[in-house]
Write a protein that binds this ligand. Structure first.
Ligand code: AI9
Ligand code: AOF
Ligand code: ZN
Length: 363
């Protein structure tokens, strides 16, 4: 009835149902078409649960025989928590499989396609590849780098201030923008802030919208363990909290936090190096990290080349003040040619505020 692109766009839309739910797995959508009619569709909704193709083929039932299947990621060919999708497609007797992008997971990478072709199924690869890769940028980054995909978030006034010169910051952006931030937090495995933000804002760093979900892990960068013992992130037990410190902290002091259920992780060096933090988080299977400030942490992540995406909420306010802090403090880049280059991916209004989503250009 329609061209291939129409059905692949449908599969990409169906895949989006799993966004923020499938970590450490990718989001995947599948659509089964037979005789010009959509006879089945499915999305992967949670790691360890059924894959998109399984849902779609089950819905199609007997109509899968001789059908064309549109899937946003190469069907898996390994026994993970679920049987291989490639085998299922072969058993179901589909005639053709259209794949948007291959799966970089070494367990799969091309094997699914080979298996399908060896079984005599017509396979086309690459339709809407860009959209499919963008949809799984977090998963693809983590598979390649084994470190979390890092999104840096800040809120500021139109003149780029994150607080007044006297330290006032509640609130710069609207309730709508803050709700949007909570939705973004919910999509991440972990949220990270520096100790100065804990001292200034005493943030909870939890997701407080709609029905309660599992809160992301909270990570505090705190070289000398200055986080107050009565801070929300230490006492509220609403989410797991790790405090990453330098090597020079006292064991007794760390004990006081551990007794409250907070995990203290001293890094090998006196200072905290961002690359070491990311490697450690990657080893702990953290695939996505939401960095919410403050300005010194943002600076250290940017200068370490550790940021993949930036989300900025800009309020229609002017705060001014030479001393008023800005989103990226610290040393910054001294030469314009070193300045971080971005691709603006989204520009929208959230309530009265401007929301900008930008991808960091790979150097
Ligand atoms: N000051 C503003 C923000 N301030 C963000 C702070 O750095 C800190 O993340 C918040 O205080 C988080 O608090 P909690 O986790 O919700 O308890 N963030 C925003 O989006 N808009 C603002 O106006
Ligand atoms: N979610 C998904 C795929 N995910 C692929 O399978 C791996 C997870 O396998 P498992 O542990 O069995 O869930 C994941 O790392 C990725 O390579 N593949 C697909 O054919 N369809 C799906 O819907
Ligand atoms: Zn699969």
């Amino acid at each position: 009835m329609y061209r291939d692109e129409h059905y692949m766009r449908l599969a990409l839309d169906v895949a989006k149902a799993g966004i923020g739910q499938t970590s450490p797995n990718p989001v995947v959508g599948a659509v089964v078409v037979n005789g010009g009619a959509v006879v089945g569709l499915g999305a992967h909704l949670k790691a360890g649960e059924l894959h998109a193709e399984v849902h779609a083929i089950r819905m199609a039932g007997e109509k899968a025989r001789g059908a064309t299947v549109y899937v946003t990621l190469e069907p898996c060919s390994h026994y993970g928590k679920t049987p291989p999708c490639a085998d299922l497609l072969i058993q179901a007797g589909v005639r053709r499989v259209v794949i948007a992008t291959t799966d970089p997971n070494p367990l799969v990478a091309g094997k699914g396609i080979d298996k399908l072709r060896r079984a005599g199924i017509e396979v086309d690869v690459g339709l809407l590849k860009e959209e499919a890769d963008e949809l799984n940028r977090v998963f693809f980054h983590y598979i390649a780098a084994k470190t979390p995909f890092v999104t840096l978030k800040y809120a500021c006034s139109l003149d780029g201030k994150i607080a007044t010169a006297t330290g006032e910051s509640k609130w710069i952006t609207s309730e709508a923008a803050r709700q949007d931030v909570h939705r973004l937090r919910a999509q991440h495995d972990a949220i990270l802030v520096g100790v100065n933000t804990v001292l200034a804002d005493n943030p909870k760093l939890t997701v407080r919208i709609g029905e309660q979900r599992k809160n992301p892990l909270r990570i505090i960068l705190d070289t000398n363990l200055h986080t107050p013992l009565d801070a929300h992130v230490v006492t509220d037990r609403e989410a797991e909290t790790w405090i990453i410190t330098g090597s020079g902290i006292s064991w007794e002091k760390a004990e006081a936090y551990e007794r409250l259920g907070v995990r203290i992780i001293p890094m090998p060096a006196a200072h905290i190096h961002v690359r070491d933090v990311l490697r450690l988080l990657g080893e702990q299977r953290i695939t996505s990290l939401f960095v919410e400030g403050g300005s010194r942490v943002h600076d250290s992540f940017l200068r370490a080349g550790a940021v993949n995406e930036v989300v900025a909420y800009i309020a229609p306010k002017l705060i001014g003040g030479r001393e008023a802090p800005t989103p990226v403090g610290g040393l910054g880049f001294s030469r314009l040619e070193e300045a971080m280059e971005l691709d603006i991916r989204q520009l929208e209004m959230v309530g009265p505020d401007i929301k900008v989503v930008a991808a960091v250009k790979r150097r």
